[in-house]
Design a protein around this ligand. Structure first.
Ligand SMILES: C[S@@+](CC[C@H](N)C(=O)[O-])C[C@H]1O[C@@H](n2cnc3c(N)ncnc32)[C@H](O)[C@@H]1O
Length: 459
Protein backbone atom coordinates (compact mmCIF):
# COMPACT_ATOMS: atom_id res chain seq x y z
CA UNK A 1 0.00 0.00 0.00
CA UNK A 2 1.31 3.46 -0.93
CA UNK A 3 2.46 5.85 1.79
CA UNK A 4 -0.05 8.65 2.14
CA UNK A 5 1.37 11.91 0.85
CA UNK A 6 0.75 14.90 3.10
CA UNK A 7 -1.87 17.54 2.23
CA UNK A 8 -0.38 20.83 0.86
CA UNK A 9 -0.32 23.76 3.31
CA UNK A 10 -3.83 25.22 3.23
CA UNK A 11 -2.63 28.82 2.67
CA UNK A 12 -1.53 27.74 -0.83
CA UNK A 13 -4.98 26.50 -1.77
CA UNK A 14 -8.41 27.94 -2.44
CA UNK A 15 -11.77 26.49 -3.36
CA UNK A 16 -11.70 25.90 -7.15
CA UNK A 17 -15.41 26.64 -7.24
CA UNK A 18 -15.75 29.96 -5.36
CA UNK A 19 -12.07 30.91 -4.82
CA UNK A 20 -12.51 31.27 -1.03
CA UNK A 21 -9.65 30.03 1.19
CA UNK A 22 -9.79 26.25 1.74
CA UNK A 23 -9.48 26.19 5.50
CA UNK A 24 -9.57 22.49 6.26
CA UNK A 25 -6.18 20.81 6.61
CA UNK A 26 -7.33 17.76 4.74
CA UNK A 27 -9.86 18.58 2.05
CA UNK A 28 -13.36 18.36 3.42
CA UNK A 29 -15.98 20.91 2.42
CA UNK A 30 -15.45 24.57 1.45
CA UNK A 31 -16.70 26.73 4.32
CA UNK A 32 -18.13 29.29 1.84
CA UNK A 33 -19.85 27.35 -0.94
CA UNK A 34 -20.17 24.00 0.84
CA UNK A 35 -18.71 21.88 -1.97
CA UNK A 36 -16.99 18.79 -0.53
CA UNK A 37 -13.64 17.75 -1.93
CA UNK A 38 -12.84 14.06 -1.39
CA UNK A 39 -9.43 12.43 -1.25
CA UNK A 40 -8.66 9.82 -3.86
CA UNK A 41 -5.95 7.41 -2.83
CA UNK A 42 -4.91 9.94 -0.17
CA UNK A 43 -4.56 12.81 -2.69
CA UNK A 44 -6.82 15.88 -2.66
CA UNK A 45 -9.36 15.78 -5.51
CA UNK A 46 -9.70 19.51 -6.13
CA UNK A 47 -11.86 19.71 -9.23
CA UNK A 48 -14.47 22.50 -9.28
CA UNK A 49 -17.18 19.87 -9.78
CA UNK A 50 -15.66 17.00 -7.82
CA UNK A 51 -18.51 14.48 -8.17
CA UNK A 52 -18.95 15.10 -11.89
CA UNK A 53 -15.18 14.81 -12.46
CA UNK A 54 -15.10 11.54 -10.52
CA UNK A 55 -17.97 10.12 -12.55
CA UNK A 56 -16.39 11.20 -15.81
CA UNK A 57 -13.01 9.70 -15.00
CA UNK A 58 -14.64 6.43 -13.87
CA UNK A 59 -16.49 6.20 -17.17
CA UNK A 60 -13.28 6.99 -19.05
CA UNK A 61 -11.40 4.29 -17.18
CA UNK A 62 -14.20 1.78 -17.79
CA UNK A 63 -14.12 2.69 -21.48
CA UNK A 64 -10.35 2.29 -21.59
CA UNK A 65 -10.48 -1.10 -19.86
CA UNK A 66 -13.31 -2.30 -22.09
CA UNK A 67 -11.26 -1.19 -25.11
CA UNK A 68 -8.25 -3.19 -23.89
CA UNK A 69 -10.40 -6.29 -23.39
CA UNK A 70 -11.89 -6.04 -26.86
CA UNK A 71 -8.42 -5.49 -28.29
CA UNK A 72 -7.29 -8.69 -26.54
CA UNK A 73 -10.31 -10.54 -27.95
CA UNK A 74 -9.47 -9.26 -31.45
CA UNK A 75 -5.91 -10.58 -31.19
CA UNK A 76 -7.22 -13.95 -29.99
CA UNK A 77 -9.77 -14.06 -32.83
CA UNK A 78 -7.00 -13.32 -35.34
CA UNK A 79 -5.19 -16.47 -34.19
CA UNK A 80 -6.96 -18.76 -36.69
CA UNK A 81 -5.64 -21.97 -38.26
CA UNK A 82 -4.83 -19.91 -41.35
CA UNK A 83 -2.02 -18.18 -39.44
CA UNK A 84 0.78 -20.61 -40.22
CA UNK A 85 3.86 -18.62 -39.22
CA UNK A 86 4.94 -19.54 -35.67
CA UNK A 87 6.32 -16.04 -35.08
CA UNK A 88 3.01 -14.44 -36.11
CA UNK A 89 1.17 -16.76 -33.71
CA UNK A 90 3.62 -15.78 -30.97
CA UNK A 91 3.12 -12.06 -31.63
CA UNK A 92 -0.68 -12.35 -31.51
CA UNK A 93 -0.49 -14.44 -28.31
CA UNK A 94 1.86 -11.91 -26.71
CA UNK A 95 -0.42 -8.98 -27.57
CA UNK A 96 -3.59 -10.79 -26.47
CA UNK A 97 -2.19 -11.73 -23.09
CA UNK A 98 -0.50 -8.33 -22.60
CA UNK A 99 -3.75 -6.44 -23.30
CA UNK A 100 -5.69 -8.56 -20.77
CA UNK A 101 -2.93 -8.37 -18.18
CA UNK A 102 -2.54 -4.62 -18.75
CA UNK A 103 -6.27 -4.13 -18.15
CA UNK A 104 -5.96 -6.04 -14.87
CA UNK A 105 -2.99 -3.92 -13.76
CA UNK A 106 -4.60 -0.58 -14.70
CA UNK A 107 -7.82 -1.62 -12.91
CA UNK A 108 -5.82 -2.35 -9.74
CA UNK A 109 -3.92 0.97 -9.99
CA UNK A 110 -7.16 2.89 -10.49
CA UNK A 111 -8.98 1.13 -7.64
CA UNK A 112 -8.94 4.27 -5.42
CA UNK A 113 -11.38 5.88 -7.88
CA UNK A 114 -13.92 3.17 -7.15
CA UNK A 115 -13.56 1.58 -10.57
CA UNK A 116 -16.11 -1.24 -10.72
CA UNK A 117 -16.46 -4.32 -12.85
CA UNK A 118 -20.08 -4.34 -14.07
CA UNK A 119 -19.70 -1.84 -16.93
CA UNK A 120 -21.31 -1.10 -20.29
CA UNK A 121 -20.18 -2.44 -23.68
CA UNK A 122 -17.25 -0.60 -25.37
CA UNK A 123 -19.72 0.60 -28.05
CA UNK A 124 -21.71 2.53 -25.41
CA UNK A 125 -18.62 4.41 -24.21
CA UNK A 126 -17.57 5.02 -27.79
CA UNK A 127 -20.99 6.41 -28.75
CA UNK A 128 -21.19 8.60 -25.66
CA UNK A 129 -17.75 10.01 -26.23
CA UNK A 130 -15.88 8.68 -23.21
CA UNK A 131 -13.71 6.10 -24.97
CA UNK A 132 -10.05 7.02 -24.80
CA UNK A 133 -7.54 8.00 -25.98
CA UNK A 134 -8.64 11.44 -27.20
CA UNK A 135 -7.63 14.90 -26.00
CA UNK A 136 -6.56 14.81 -22.35
CA UNK A 137 -7.59 11.20 -21.89
CA UNK A 138 -6.43 8.50 -19.53
CA UNK A 139 -3.83 7.17 -21.96
CA UNK A 140 -2.69 10.52 -23.39
CA UNK A 141 1.08 10.81 -22.96
CA UNK A 142 1.14 7.27 -21.49
CA UNK A 143 4.66 6.72 -22.89
CA UNK A 144 5.87 9.44 -20.49
CA UNK A 145 5.37 7.04 -17.59
CA UNK A 146 7.93 4.62 -19.03
CA UNK A 147 10.32 7.39 -20.02
CA UNK A 148 10.11 8.96 -16.55
CA UNK A 149 10.63 5.78 -14.55
CA UNK A 150 12.18 3.14 -16.78
CA UNK A 151 14.38 3.86 -19.81
CA UNK A 152 14.45 7.69 -20.07
CA UNK A 153 17.47 8.69 -17.99
CA UNK A 154 19.06 10.86 -20.72
CA UNK A 155 15.74 12.55 -21.64
CA UNK A 156 14.81 13.16 -18.00
CA UNK A 157 18.20 14.66 -17.33
CA UNK A 158 17.94 16.96 -20.37
CA UNK A 159 14.47 18.18 -19.28
CA UNK A 160 15.71 18.77 -15.72
CA UNK A 161 18.83 20.61 -16.89
CA UNK A 162 16.79 23.13 -18.91
CA UNK A 163 14.44 23.91 -16.01
CA UNK A 164 17.31 23.97 -13.50
CA UNK A 165 19.21 26.51 -15.63
CA UNK A 166 16.10 28.70 -16.03
CA UNK A 167 15.51 28.66 -12.26
CA UNK A 168 18.98 30.11 -11.71
CA UNK A 169 20.99 29.86 -8.52
CA UNK A 170 18.54 30.97 -5.80
CA UNK A 171 16.12 28.70 -3.95
CA UNK A 172 12.84 28.23 -5.86
CA UNK A 173 10.79 28.66 -2.65
CA UNK A 174 7.09 27.82 -2.66
CA UNK A 175 6.73 26.16 -6.04
CA UNK A 176 3.74 25.14 -8.13
CA UNK A 177 4.34 22.68 -10.98
CA UNK A 178 1.42 22.36 -13.40
CA UNK A 179 0.77 19.37 -15.66
CA UNK A 180 3.09 17.14 -13.61
CA UNK A 181 2.37 14.09 -15.78
CA UNK A 182 4.12 10.95 -14.54
CA UNK A 183 6.11 13.08 -12.12
CA UNK A 184 9.81 12.72 -12.89
CA UNK A 185 10.65 16.40 -13.29
CA UNK A 186 8.79 17.22 -10.05
CA UNK A 187 10.68 14.43 -8.28
CA UNK A 188 14.07 15.62 -9.60
CA UNK A 189 13.33 19.24 -8.65
CA UNK A 190 12.20 18.11 -5.21
CA UNK A 191 15.39 16.11 -4.58
CA UNK A 192 17.89 18.44 -6.25
CA UNK A 193 16.49 21.98 -5.76
CA UNK A 194 14.50 21.51 -2.52
CA UNK A 195 11.54 23.78 -3.30
CA UNK A 196 9.58 24.15 -0.10
CA UNK A 197 6.96 23.02 -0.64
CA UNK A 198 6.49 21.73 -4.19
CA UNK A 199 2.81 21.39 -5.14
CA UNK A 200 2.40 19.38 -8.34
CA UNK A 201 -0.95 19.18 -10.15
CA UNK A 202 -2.48 17.25 -13.01
CA UNK A 203 -5.92 16.10 -14.01
CA UNK A 204 -4.99 12.57 -15.08
CA UNK A 205 -5.51 9.99 -12.29
CA UNK A 206 -3.40 7.35 -14.04
CA UNK A 207 -0.35 9.59 -13.73
CA UNK A 208 -1.01 10.86 -10.22
CA UNK A 209 -1.87 7.50 -8.69
CA UNK A 210 1.21 5.95 -10.32
CA UNK A 211 3.45 8.86 -9.25
CA UNK A 212 2.16 8.66 -5.70
CA UNK A 213 3.14 4.96 -5.43
CA UNK A 214 6.53 5.58 -7.05
CA UNK A 215 7.25 8.57 -4.78
CA UNK A 216 6.53 6.24 -1.86
CA UNK A 217 9.29 3.90 -3.05
CA UNK A 218 7.08 1.20 -4.58
CA UNK A 219 7.83 -0.64 -7.81
CA UNK A 220 5.10 -0.70 -10.48
CA UNK A 221 4.96 -3.15 -13.37
CA UNK A 222 3.07 -1.89 -16.41
CA UNK A 223 3.21 -2.65 -20.13
CA UNK A 224 4.75 -0.43 -22.74
CA UNK A 225 3.27 -0.75 -26.24
CA UNK A 226 5.87 1.06 -28.42
CA UNK A 227 4.72 3.00 -31.47
CA UNK A 228 7.10 1.20 -33.86
CA UNK A 229 8.27 -2.00 -32.12
CA UNK A 230 11.86 -2.98 -32.93
CA UNK A 231 11.17 -6.71 -32.90
CA UNK A 232 8.57 -9.25 -31.91
CA UNK A 233 9.15 -9.06 -28.17
CA UNK A 234 8.96 -5.24 -28.27
CA UNK A 235 5.28 -5.27 -29.23
CA UNK A 236 4.36 -5.45 -25.54
CA UNK A 237 6.99 -5.11 -22.82
CA UNK A 238 6.30 -5.45 -19.12
CA UNK A 239 8.41 -2.65 -17.61
CA UNK A 240 9.48 -2.25 -14.00
CA UNK A 241 8.97 1.36 -12.95
CA UNK A 242 10.77 2.64 -9.90
CA UNK A 243 12.10 5.90 -8.40
CA UNK A 244 15.76 5.92 -7.32
CA UNK A 245 14.67 6.67 -3.72
CA UNK A 246 11.42 7.61 -1.94
CA UNK A 247 10.43 11.29 -2.06
CA UNK A 248 10.19 13.40 1.08
CA UNK A 249 7.08 15.02 2.60
CA UNK A 250 7.58 18.42 0.90
CA UNK A 251 6.35 17.09 -2.46
CA UNK A 252 2.54 17.27 -2.72
CA UNK A 253 0.42 15.85 -5.52
CA UNK A 254 -3.05 17.29 -6.15
CA UNK A 255 -5.74 16.50 -8.69
CA UNK A 256 -6.75 19.74 -10.39
CA UNK A 257 -7.71 21.31 -13.70
CA UNK A 258 -5.38 24.29 -14.02
CA UNK A 259 -8.05 26.29 -15.85
CA UNK A 260 -10.38 26.02 -12.80
CA UNK A 261 -7.60 25.75 -10.30
CA UNK A 262 -7.52 25.48 -6.49
CA UNK A 263 -4.46 27.72 -5.94
CA UNK A 264 -4.48 30.84 -3.79
CA UNK A 265 -3.69 34.24 -5.31
CA UNK A 266 -0.09 35.42 -4.83
CA UNK A 267 0.82 32.25 -2.88
CA UNK A 268 3.82 31.01 -4.89
CA UNK A 269 7.40 32.14 -5.50
CA UNK A 270 7.76 29.97 -8.60
CA UNK A 271 5.38 28.41 -11.11
CA UNK A 272 6.78 25.74 -13.47
CA UNK A 273 4.91 24.67 -16.62
CA UNK A 274 6.75 21.79 -18.33
CA UNK A 275 5.37 20.74 -21.73
CA UNK A 276 1.98 22.20 -20.90
CA UNK A 277 1.14 25.55 -22.48
CA UNK A 278 0.68 24.22 -26.02
CA UNK A 279 -1.53 21.25 -25.02
CA UNK A 280 -3.79 23.18 -22.66
CA UNK A 281 -7.41 23.52 -23.62
CA UNK A 282 -7.18 27.28 -23.03
CA UNK A 283 -5.81 30.31 -24.87
CA UNK A 284 -2.27 31.10 -23.66
CA UNK A 285 -3.26 34.78 -23.39
CA UNK A 286 -5.74 33.77 -20.67
CA UNK A 287 -3.57 31.13 -18.99
CA UNK A 288 -0.58 33.51 -18.72
CA UNK A 289 -2.73 35.82 -16.60
CA UNK A 290 -3.71 32.90 -14.35
CA UNK A 291 -0.01 32.10 -13.78
CA UNK A 292 0.56 35.75 -12.95
CA UNK A 293 -2.23 35.57 -10.37
CA UNK A 294 -0.69 32.61 -8.47
CA UNK A 295 2.71 34.31 -8.18
CA UNK A 296 3.75 36.83 -5.55
CA UNK A 297 5.17 40.15 -6.89
CA UNK A 298 8.68 39.41 -8.18
CA UNK A 299 7.88 35.67 -8.42
CA UNK A 300 8.97 33.70 -11.47
CA UNK A 301 7.28 31.63 -14.13
CA UNK A 302 9.56 28.96 -15.62
CA UNK A 303 8.27 27.37 -18.80
CA UNK A 304 9.97 24.63 -20.80
CA UNK A 305 8.71 22.41 -23.61
CA UNK A 306 7.41 22.33 -27.14
CA UNK A 307 5.45 25.14 -28.81
CA UNK A 308 3.24 22.97 -31.00
CA UNK A 309 -0.08 24.63 -30.24
CA UNK A 310 -2.77 22.26 -31.47
CA UNK A 311 -5.97 24.05 -30.43
CA UNK A 312 -8.90 24.56 -32.77
CA UNK A 313 -8.73 28.36 -32.99
CA UNK A 314 -6.18 29.34 -35.67
CA UNK A 315 -5.51 32.64 -33.89
CA UNK A 316 -4.37 30.76 -30.76
CA UNK A 317 -1.72 28.57 -32.44
CA UNK A 318 1.04 30.93 -31.50
CA UNK A 319 4.56 31.40 -32.87
CA UNK A 320 7.46 32.06 -30.51
CA UNK A 321 7.27 35.82 -31.19
CA UNK A 322 3.61 35.87 -30.16
CA UNK A 323 4.36 33.84 -27.02
CA UNK A 324 6.95 36.42 -25.97
CA UNK A 325 4.48 39.27 -26.52
CA UNK A 326 1.73 37.48 -24.61
CA UNK A 327 4.01 36.79 -21.62
CA UNK A 328 5.26 40.38 -21.53
CA UNK A 329 1.67 41.64 -21.85
CA UNK A 330 0.51 39.50 -18.90
CA UNK A 331 2.39 41.31 -16.14
CA UNK A 332 5.86 39.80 -16.71
CA UNK A 333 9.21 41.34 -17.65
CA UNK A 334 10.26 40.63 -21.27
CA UNK A 335 11.71 37.12 -21.68
CA UNK A 336 14.74 35.84 -23.58
CA UNK A 337 13.85 32.22 -24.39
CA UNK A 338 16.55 29.62 -25.02
CA UNK A 339 16.09 26.93 -27.66
CA UNK A 340 17.73 23.52 -27.48
CA UNK A 341 17.16 20.32 -29.45
CA UNK A 342 16.70 17.31 -27.15
CA UNK A 343 15.53 13.71 -27.69
CA UNK A 344 11.87 13.11 -26.92
CA UNK A 345 10.25 9.72 -26.28
CA UNK A 346 13.00 7.69 -27.91
CA UNK A 347 12.10 4.34 -26.35
CA UNK A 348 14.84 1.74 -26.86
CA UNK A 349 12.06 -0.68 -27.87
CA UNK A 350 10.76 1.59 -30.64
CA UNK A 351 12.04 2.58 -34.07
CA UNK A 352 10.18 5.83 -33.60
CA UNK A 353 11.47 8.78 -31.57
CA UNK A 354 11.56 12.55 -31.87
CA UNK A 355 14.05 15.34 -31.64
CA UNK A 356 12.29 18.40 -30.26
CA UNK A 357 13.65 21.94 -30.17
CA UNK A 358 12.52 22.92 -26.71
CA UNK A 359 11.77 26.52 -25.73
CA UNK A 360 12.60 27.51 -22.16
CA UNK A 361 12.14 30.85 -20.43
CA UNK A 362 11.96 32.36 -16.97
CA UNK A 363 9.61 35.34 -16.65
CA UNK A 364 9.60 37.61 -13.60
CA UNK A 365 6.27 39.03 -12.42
CA UNK A 366 6.47 42.83 -12.57
CA UNK A 367 2.78 43.78 -12.35
CA UNK A 368 -0.60 42.31 -11.40
CA UNK A 369 -2.47 41.13 -14.50
CA UNK A 370 -6.28 41.22 -14.64
CA UNK A 371 -7.46 37.88 -13.23
CA UNK A 372 -9.44 35.85 -15.77
CA UNK A 373 -12.62 34.13 -14.58
CA UNK A 374 -12.45 30.35 -14.04
CA UNK A 375 -12.85 28.50 -17.32
CA UNK A 376 -15.67 26.24 -18.41
CA UNK A 377 -18.29 27.24 -15.88
CA UNK A 378 -20.98 24.68 -16.58
CA UNK A 379 -24.56 25.87 -17.27
CA UNK A 380 -27.12 25.35 -14.50
CA UNK A 381 -28.69 22.29 -16.19
CA UNK A 382 -25.28 20.54 -16.12
CA UNK A 383 -24.52 21.48 -12.54
CA UNK A 384 -28.00 20.44 -11.39
CA UNK A 385 -28.80 17.18 -13.09
CA UNK A 386 -32.50 17.40 -12.14
CA UNK A 387 -33.12 20.47 -14.36
CA UNK A 388 -34.52 20.11 -17.93
CA UNK A 389 -31.87 20.10 -20.69
CA UNK A 390 -32.63 22.92 -23.18
CA UNK A 391 -33.48 21.77 -26.71
CA UNK A 392 -31.48 24.28 -28.75
CA UNK A 393 -32.13 24.42 -32.54
CA UNK A 394 -28.62 23.14 -33.28
CA UNK A 395 -29.19 20.17 -30.94
CA UNK A 396 -32.51 19.43 -32.65
CA UNK A 397 -30.69 19.40 -36.01
CA UNK A 398 -28.08 17.02 -34.66
CA UNK A 399 -30.79 14.76 -33.19
CA UNK A 400 -32.33 14.35 -36.63
CA UNK A 401 -28.91 13.64 -38.15
CA UNK A 402 -28.16 10.96 -35.52
CA UNK A 403 -31.61 9.38 -35.97
CA UNK A 404 -31.06 9.09 -39.74
CA UNK A 405 -27.59 7.65 -39.14
CA UNK A 406 -28.88 5.05 -36.69
CA UNK A 407 -31.83 4.20 -38.93
CA UNK A 408 -29.76 3.63 -42.09
CA UNK A 409 -27.11 1.67 -40.17
CA UNK A 410 -29.86 -0.50 -38.65
CA UNK A 411 -31.13 -1.41 -42.14
CA UNK A 412 -27.90 -3.35 -42.70
CA UNK A 413 -28.97 -6.87 -41.70
CA UNK A 414 -26.74 -9.09 -43.82
CA UNK A 415 -29.56 -9.64 -46.38
CA UNK A 416 -30.47 -6.24 -47.85
CA UNK A 417 -28.47 -4.90 -50.82
CA UNK A 418 -27.54 -1.23 -51.34
CA UNK A 419 -30.54 -1.02 -53.66
CA UNK A 420 -32.85 -2.51 -50.99
CA UNK A 421 -31.65 -0.01 -48.36
CA UNK A 422 -32.10 2.88 -50.84
CA UNK A 423 -35.62 1.66 -51.65
CA UNK A 424 -36.59 1.74 -47.95
CA UNK A 425 -35.44 5.36 -47.70
CA UNK A 426 -37.46 6.29 -50.80
CA UNK A 427 -40.57 4.47 -49.47
CA UNK A 428 -40.21 6.33 -46.20
CA UNK A 429 -39.90 9.62 -48.16
CA UNK A 430 -36.49 10.32 -46.62
CA UNK A 431 -34.82 10.69 -50.03
CA UNK A 432 -35.71 11.13 -53.70
CA UNK A 433 -35.26 8.05 -55.91
CA UNK A 434 -32.60 9.65 -58.10
CA UNK A 435 -30.18 10.32 -55.27
CA UNK A 436 -30.98 7.52 -52.79
CA UNK A 437 -28.84 4.74 -54.30
CA UNK A 438 -25.56 6.66 -54.80
CA UNK A 439 -25.93 8.30 -51.39
CA UNK A 440 -26.57 5.01 -49.59
CA UNK A 441 -23.70 3.37 -51.48
CA UNK A 442 -21.23 6.10 -50.42
CA UNK A 443 -22.53 6.07 -46.83
CA UNK A 444 -22.19 2.29 -46.46
CA UNK A 445 -18.69 2.35 -47.93
CA UNK A 446 -17.70 4.95 -45.33
CA UNK A 447 -19.41 3.04 -42.51
CA UNK A 448 -17.47 -0.13 -43.38
CA UNK A 449 -14.19 1.74 -43.74
CA UNK A 450 -14.57 3.58 -40.43
CA UNK A 451 -15.67 0.45 -38.59
CA UNK A 452 -12.68 -1.50 -39.88
CA UNK A 453 -10.28 1.34 -38.96
CA UNK A 454 -11.67 1.52 -35.41
CA UNK A 455 -11.44 -2.24 -34.99
CA UNK A 456 -7.75 -2.27 -35.88
CA UNK A 457 -6.61 0.46 -33.45
CA UNK A 458 -3.70 -0.90 -31.38
CA UNK A 459 -3.65 -0.44 -27.58
C1 LIG B 1 2.58 16.81 -22.61
S1 LIG B 1 2.14 16.24 -21.01
C2 LIG B 1 3.55 16.76 -20.11
C3 LIG B 1 3.71 16.05 -18.80
C4 LIG B 1 4.95 16.43 -17.99
N1 LIG B 1 4.96 17.84 -17.67
C5 LIG B 1 6.20 16.05 -18.75
O1 LIG B 1 6.94 16.96 -19.15
O2 LIG B 1 6.40 14.87 -18.96
C6 LIG B 1 0.90 17.39 -20.54
C7 LIG B 1 0.33 17.12 -19.15
O3 LIG B 1 -0.57 18.17 -18.82
C8 LIG B 1 -1.73 17.62 -18.24
N2 LIG B 1 -2.85 18.56 -18.47
C9 LIG B 1 -3.39 18.92 -19.66
N3 LIG B 1 -4.39 19.79 -19.46
C10 LIG B 1 -4.47 20.01 -18.12
C11 LIG B 1 -5.32 20.79 -17.29
N4 LIG B 1 -6.30 21.55 -17.81
N5 LIG B 1 -5.12 20.76 -15.96
C12 LIG B 1 -4.15 19.97 -15.42
N6 LIG B 1 -3.32 19.20 -16.16
C13 LIG B 1 -3.48 19.22 -17.49
C14 LIG B 1 -1.91 16.27 -18.93
O4 LIG B 1 -2.71 15.39 -18.14
C15 LIG B 1 -0.46 15.82 -19.03
O5 LIG B 1 -0.05 15.11 -17.90
Amino acid sequence: MANQRTFPPSELLCCPRCQSPLKADRGGACASCGVAYPEIGGLPWLFAEPEAALGEWRARIHGFLAGLESQAARYRAALTDEVALASTRNRLKLLASACSDHARRIRALMAPLGVGTGVAAPEVYSALGVTLPTGQGLASYYANLHRDWSWGEAENEAAYRLVDAALGAGPPGRTLLLGVGAGRLAYDLHLRRSPSPLVAADLNPLFLLAAQRLFAGETLELYEFPLAPRDLASHAILRRLRAPAPAGPDLHLVFADVTRAPFAAGAFDTVVTPWLIDVLDEDLAVFARRVNGWLRPGGRWVNSGSLAFGGEAPAHRYALEEVREIVAGSGFAPVEPTEEAIPYLCSPASRHGRIETVVTFAATKTAEAARPPPARRAPAWLERTDLPVPLLPEVAGRQLELRVLAHVASLVDGRRSVRDVARVLVEQRLMAEAEAEPTVRAFLARLHEESRARASVAP
